[in-house]
Design a protein around this ligand. Structure first.
Ligand code: NG1
Ligand code: ZN
Length: 545
């Protein structure tokens, strides 16, 4: 038993876990622990214990904790752990988090804590540090207080960065751990984040002109005030960037993610109703914690057109691929694109056949994409829902900075690449950083959103949510593109897909909700809808057997 025991026991009694019905457990999923906020206080406290263990295991490096439920309604919240380089918690540790959170009593919690420390050979007297932040949800306040109790009980040093976007917290974790080293990621402050982005943005734009106004819908989440703050850091004499921030009301919690935001736009495939969409305006939406981004405009002739994560991915891959070629680095650096099964088939074709870049498909959840993207010198990864980023290897960054340019054009390409490596958040998908990337690319290419949309035509597609009695019976293989069980379900899906042209469909259990998701795409809208319905019925039938 450690000398933390009594403190943990006492604090745990003040931050109890809400027991679940028999046989049910809390699990650390794709998005950490996420549920109704009133279930989360005890969980947040226990996450504090876990974060302290993780920091001690990693020689006192700072671990991050973010309190957010992203695009979910205001009554939800979530707690997520961030590793020292700003990445998602290492997968092995998810089960330790799950074990702590499901301890059945205060005493049992202390036992699990000490058991983990022993098993993982953690010195509980070593120093530990945690940095944390939260989005604008009112429940966040109570949850970080519970978290701080866990940190205090375990004698962990902590910094409360208050209200942040999720990517800002990831930035701060990495900045904290790299401070004073040759790999310093940036100043350890929210202002440091703005300064880094603004400086890199000016360098990446290189005097090119951004045309027209960009309207940014912030889902009434934390992205609104943070984007407004960022904009103050752009030097007006160097870049003229006309941004209209809308849906940035963070004072009324009930409007968070309501009929607005990247998730609304992507799932409803239409512009938010407020403010009333004006034809031709270049627009984009962030989600509630500003780590997803979707572009769109309402065309006076054809109506709503959306540019989602797949589009951002192919735009970035194409632009960076061209720059690498102009910089004379094509033979030195491997560029690749990472997608999930939800990527539109047309985007995959465009990237492999037109851009001639390799594409790897991984299971859903950015931790999988991020990991695979690290295998390239330049790894572009996005989920179709608009979460993603571009990762640059140390070799790539070294080449941008140190390669001797053979011509002014080569120098220009190298300088732009170096600026992009600073502009693009290397820790996690970041809607504000990704938005600046898109604006830089459009300015360089002198493209409108229509020019961008013309690069390829999306296959019509549909995503359906299907309620089932036990989603865990649905097991997948091949990066979630095929069902292994229940027996016979995949055969039926295959038969259904065969009936349609250019069709593809798959079903999987959601990692964040108690349901299955069915995705279908086909040559026409009618066919895509019909196929989605058919497969949804198959899943419904197997789901209630
Ligand atoms: P689930 O619920 O596992 O489908 C959803 C998104 C993921 C990811 C996570 C985490 C879809 C189809 N799924 O996962 O891409 O973003 O939430 O937020 O968009
Ligand atoms: Zn989010």
């Amino acid at each position: 038993m450690s000398d933390h025991d009594e403190a943990i026991l006492a604090a745990s009694a003040r931050r109890p876990i809400v027991p679940l019905e028999k046989g049910k457990f809390y699990t650390y999923g794709t998005a950490g622990f996420r549920m109704k906020a009133d279930l989360l206080e005890g969980i947040s406290f226990r996450v504090g214990l876990l974060a302290s263990l993780r920091s001690r295991k990693l020689n006192g490096q700072a671990i991050g904790v973010m309190v957010t439920a992203s695009h979910n309604p205001a009554v939800d919240n979530g707690v997520k752990i961030v590793d020292p380089l700003g990445e998602m918690l290492e997968q092995d540790w998810e089960r330790y988090a799950t074990a702590l959170v499901n301890a059945t009593s205060d005493q049992h919690l202390v036992e699990v804590y000490n058991l983990l420390a022993a098993e993982l050979k953690i010195d509980l007297t070593a120093s530990a540090k945690v940095v944390y932040g939260r989005d604008t949800r009112p429940s966040g306040h109570k949850l970080v207080a519970a978290l701080a109790d866990g940190l205090t009980a375990t004698k962990t040093e902590f910094v409360d960065f208050k209200i942040l976007t999720t990517p800002q917290l990831h930035y701060l974790v990495r900045a904290t751990n790299s401070e004073g080293t040759p790999l310093a990621y940036g100043k350890v402050s929210e202002v440091g984040y703005y300064e880094k982005l603004a400086e890199a943005f000016v360098r990446a734009i290189r005097g090119r002109k951004i045309t027209g106004t960009l309207q940014v819908d912030c889902a009434n989440g934390v992205g609104g005030p943070k984007l407004s703050e960022f904009l103050k850091h752009i030097p007006k004499d160097k870049v003229s960037f006309d941004v209209k921030v809308v849906n940035d009301d963070v004072l009324r919690p009930e409007v968070l993610n309501l009929d607005s935001g990247a998730d609304f736009v992507k799932t409803k495939q239409r512009a938010p109703p407020n403010p009333k969409p004006q034809p031709g305006v270049r627009s984009c939406s962030l989600d509630g914690d500003a780590d997803r981004l979707i572009y769109y405009w309402v065309d006076p002739e054809t109506g709503f057109v959306m540019l989602d994560g797949d589009r951002i991915s192919s735009l970035a891959a194409s632009f960076i691929g061209d720059l690498v070629e102009s910089a004379g680095l094509k033979d030195d650096l491997r560029i690749g694109v990472v997608q999930t099964a939800y990527a539109n088939g047309a985007s995959t074709n465009y990237i492999t056949q037109h851009l001639k870049l390799p594409v790897i498909c991984t299971p859903t959840g950015v931790k999988h994409l991020h990991h695979v993207a690290q295998g390239f010198d330049i790894g572009v990864y996005f989920e179709a829902n608009g979460h993603g980023t571009v990762l640059f290897s140390p070799d790539a960054i070294n080449a941008f900075k140190n390669k001797e340019p053979q011509s002014p054009a080569q120098k220009d390409a190298l300088d732009t690449l170096a600026a992009l490596a600073d502009l693009i958040n290397q820790t996690v998908g970041d809607a504000i950083s990704d938005m600046l990337l898109v604006e830089v690319i459009l300015a360089h290419k002198s493209w409108t959103l229509r020019d961008w949309a013309l690069t390829y035509a999306d296959l019509p597609n549909r995503l359906v949510r299907v309620e089932v009695s036990d989603k865990d019976r649905f097991k997948t293989t091949d990066a979630e593109r095929r069902l292994l069980s229940p027996d016979g379900a995949q055969d039926e899906i295959d038969q259904a897909v065969k009936k349609y042209k250019d069709a593809r469909s798959f079903a999987r259990a959601s990692g964040t909700e108690n349901a299955c998701r069915v995705y279908a795409e086909a040559a026409t809208r009618t066919e895509a809808n019909e196929l989605a319905d058919r497969v949804a019925r198959i899943i419904e039938r197997y789901g209630t057997l």
